[in-house]
Design a protein. Sequence first.
Length: 304
Amino acid sequence: MNVNHVNLLSLRVFLLAADSGSLTRASAGANISLSSVSKRIAELEKILNCQLFVRLPRGLELTPAGHGLVRHARKLLDGMNTMASEMSDYVAGHVGHVRIAANFSAVIQFMPTYLAGFYQTHPGVRIHLEEALSEVVINAVDTGKCDIGIFADNVDATNIKTFKWHQDRLVLLVRADHPLAKVSSIWFADSLDWNFVALMQGSSLLRRVTDAAIDAGRILKVNVQVSSFDVVCRMIEAGMGIGVLPYGAITSVSLGSKLKAITLRDAWSARTLRIGIHNTQALSPGAQKMFDFLCTYNNAAQQN
């Protein structure tokens, strides 16, 4: 097998066919003829010495080898796109490019201040920030899709190098006229008689709250699940339930007249956000500058 003969356009055509299950749709997506699509896939199968598709009467089905090639092809083409984007940045006068993935808590509470501070001293570094679930962030760091990740401490991150970064405090959020609004602090177990507004499945915050309910021998009664902190607040204001959020993620406009934040007495309500990288040797100069800034700006980052 000579991988030097693998053509990038052929890989793109292969992915289009794999995603659509159709040579015709792959032809339209790549804007080349149907015969060219068939020829490119046949050449790939010859170079790799394995069958990539099973031809069915109504389309295509990936073989096990085809599934494997999908994974590698996506990584390769993603890397090429990243390379092209970074080279374009240099042409445009940028001196670096850093990709950051962070969970909702970090993006809302901390990243605006950090990025503004970094940009003041490094205006030539282009920053790409993506908001994602903590598990997705860790996977992005591990696979090289981002340079730096920020995530919650209750998610497994053993495959990457992690550092303590920031602490935040979770509070119970209720409507201002809710019966619990009369108290200033509460054990989480004492709130479980009410329905909750929660984040989507897969969020580290939902996992933490669900685990706390199980530890208390109770079930978290989720009335509605939403995709952002802001929508959680709006649902609570509308009377759809109560919720648990980082105090720093609640806007001051909502507190007082519409919502009340109640201190949770439980130890787990004090969270640690962590920052992760694959390894310092793999960081680009721009990413290294960002990592150093994030670690030293609050003088709080500590290695495991």
